[in-house]
Design a protein. Sequence first.
Length: 282
Amino acid sequence: MAEGDAVSDQRQNEEIEAMAAIYGEEWCVIDDCAKIFCIRISDDIDDPKWTLCLQVMLPNEYPGTAPPIYQLNAPWLTGQERADLSNSLEEIYIENIGESILYLWVEKIRDVLIQKSQMTEPGPDLKKKTEEEDVECEEDVILACQPENPVKALDFDISENQTEIEELPPIDHGIPITDRRSTFQAHLAPVVCPKQDCEDDGETAAGGRLLHLMEILNVRNVMVVVSRWYGGILLGPDRFKHINNCARNILVEKNYTNSPEESSKTLGKNKKVRKDKKRSEH
């Protein structure tokens, strides 16, 4: 390990230990090896009205020459609010290049939430519609399955003329897979899908491969999104393997399909039935 990398690694470890000590249960380790963490931030710890989850990945160059890669996750967060908050975080980074900034980011977000709670607008428990509910990643988002109205990622559009506001579906997050500094993570939500569709979102052919996997597993009425954090090394075809493995793992975990071994047996039986049907037709 180069001397610069060793210094960055030490500074990251010291910051991680400090954040865990300061925020306790609000601080969550998603992938220790890939240095992906999540912190739950509220306007009030005892009686929260507005809550947001900040997910960060610390690249090797942080804090020296690169900022953390981050996501802002909250079902109530609108596109304009997301943009304003992102601008604020980026300004903090520019003003503190070379310094550890996670604490400054968290407290800036908390300040925004406190200001929001002091305004007269109702809290998110009234199911106020968000403009964006997707988990945006730094690199790619691959989507398979499409609900009744065309959507992108996890952005569910509610018509202005709709009298009843629909409750947002629960979103589950799978265990990340890391390979050569790239990290893949699947996200899953139940939806009503009269037809299946997919979206590559920049990762050519990935959505089609993911949809093909879901068709093989005979999965219905579920949306799967796979996020990829690019680590600077091209993975070639291996990236498709990781995308599909992430998706399959969370589908099995949430009981939308059988284990890989049972799925293979079922697929073999289906092929045999189709062959027998063709013989009987002849």
